[in-house]
Write a protein that binds this ligand. Structure first.
Ligand SMILES: C[S@@+](CC[C@H](N)C(=O)[O-])C[C@H]1O[C@@H](n2cnc3c(N)ncnc32)[C@H](O)[C@@H]1O
Length: 418
């Protein structure tokens, strides 16, 4: 099947905008498609996929595009398209471009410098190497630079995992239970889930297995008072509400009205009625004070660099800098300190990020424990045992894409002992 030459020109235009890194790639792509309503589904799919491949492989493509002639943006797009569809599938390329592409596609990328193969910005690569060593960083980078699987969480208020697996297999959709999360299903390919009764009736939600595990380690129980301090569009809120079997009170705080609004239809589908979304102005908002020392459990799913989610958001690695990480760390410390005030004596506090960097993880935990001696760390192995989760961890939950096939996640659990 030959691709329309239009795919090349449109991808060039979108890419030009995205490479200015003024906003998230998915937002730019959605806007571009709204402005070009006539683009067909197939073209849209090809444009989006090509942009993502280029963002993932940017360093290697920059290197390969040094040869050849014409605008560099076009050469990047041709490389992306050739990687996905093969040179023969490209419509509207000149003979010269074809010869060039056939030549560069034969280059053995495994012989390029390791750092280039990782396709990560220098500062990030260096920090990962300092944390994990070079070999592990290369394994991590290789997986971070591939698309994620599609994971679902079964809403066990409405359905059983084995029944949902049966329905999916009848479609047929190849899928299997996730290895660690108790309600997860992993699909082998993306499907138009939004149109399926399973989704519309609230039996499943899309959620990475790592996110499901974070909600599980909170350990929320029936009848408790739980606070999801950075609830966003409610991914973990929904999982917590189900763990509480739709009883007790679950506060969903966030500073973003827009994100909280996205939680509404999800809540409606889920059938949960124990969730109370509250928009707060900032982490020291007066509305938080009346819950001081009342919560059994508080989850801080903190704003972070998102560098653990590069499989889904490959543009993040080019948008973050050491400066944005340092700013983020200050915010994380402030949010964790404020959220801690809500925990009752004997209650638990969970700090989580989807970052791979110590600066946003271990260092925040150390800073917090140093300042607030009412809290002690609960070793993650103990927490996992309590939740019957079959994972081996030390003090923290550290999920890594190359090992656990999830996004990169970090979590620490604290108990208030005074
Ligand atoms: C990692 S996201 C949360 C994702 C969400 N928990 C989920 O599972 O879908 C972090 C959230 O923190 C929110 N946030 C940022 N600053 C905050 C603050 N000072 N207090 C509370 N929430 C904040 C952001 O709006 C964002 O929605």
């Amino acid at each position: 099947m030959r691709l329309s030459p239009l795919v090349i020109t449109h991808t060039e235009q979108v890419l030009r905008e995205i490479l200015q890194f003024a906003g998230p790639a998915d937002v730019v792509i959605s806007r571009y498609f709204r402005e070009h309503a006539k683009l067909g589904m197939r073209e849209r799919g090809a444009i989006a996929e090509t942009v993502y491949v280029i963002l993932r492989n940017r360093l290697v493509y920059n290197h390969l595009s040094e040869s050849g002639r014409g605008a560099q943006m076009r050469r990047l797009v041709l490389l992306g398209l050739a990687d996905i569809y093969g040179v023969e599938a490209l419509g509207g390329i000149s003979e010269e471009e074809k010869v060039w592409l056939e030549h560069v596609m034969k280059i053995d990328r495994a012989r390029l410098p390791k750092k280039m193969q990782a396709n990560l910005p220098d500062w990030f690569y260096n920090r990962l190497v300092a944390q994990y060593g070079e070999d592990e960083t290369l394994r991590l980078a290789a997986v971070l630079n591939t698309p994620a699987s599609l994971d679902l969480r079964v809403n066990t208020l409405k359905a059983k995992r084995e029944d949902v697996l049966k329905v999916l297999k009848e479609v047929p959709v190849e899928c299997e239970p996730t290895p660690y999360a108790s309600s997860g299903i992993r699909l082998h390919r993306k499907i138009a889930l939004q149109n399926m009764p399973l989704f519309k009736e609230g039996n499943v939600e899309v959620q990475d297995e790592g996110s499901q595990l974070l909600a599980q380690i909170v350990g929320a129980k029936r009848g408790e008072m739980v606070v999801d301090f950075c609830a966003g569009a409610g991914g973990k809120t929904l999982a917590l509400g189900v763990a509480m079997r739709n009883t007790g009170r679950l506060y969903a705080f966030d500073v973003s009205d827009r994100r909280l609004a996205k939680m509404k239809p999800r809540l409606a589908r889920s059938g949960l009625s124990n969730v109370h979304p509250v928009q707060i102005a900032h982490e020291r908002d007066a509305r938080i004070k009346r819950l001081a020392a009342k919560a059994d459990r508080v989850l801080v799913d903190s704003p972070c660099s998102g560098l653990g989610t590069l499989r889904r958001n490959p543009d993040l690695k080019w948008r973050q800098t050491p400066e944005t990480i340092a700013e983020m760390a200050q915010k994380q410390q402030a949010i964790l300190e404020s959220a801690a005030r809500l925990v009752r004596p004997g209650g638990r506090l969970v700090y989580a990020t989807c970052s791979l960097l110590d600066d946003e993880n271990e260092k925040i935990v150390a800073g917090f424990l140093e300042k607030d001696d009412r809290f002690v760390l609960v070793p993650m192995q103990q927490v996992l045992g309590e939740g019957k989760i079959g994972l081996e961890m030390g003090d923290y939950l550290k999920l890594l894409p190359q090992i656990h096939q999830t996004d990169g996640f970090f979590a620490a659990v604290f108990e208030r002992v005074r």
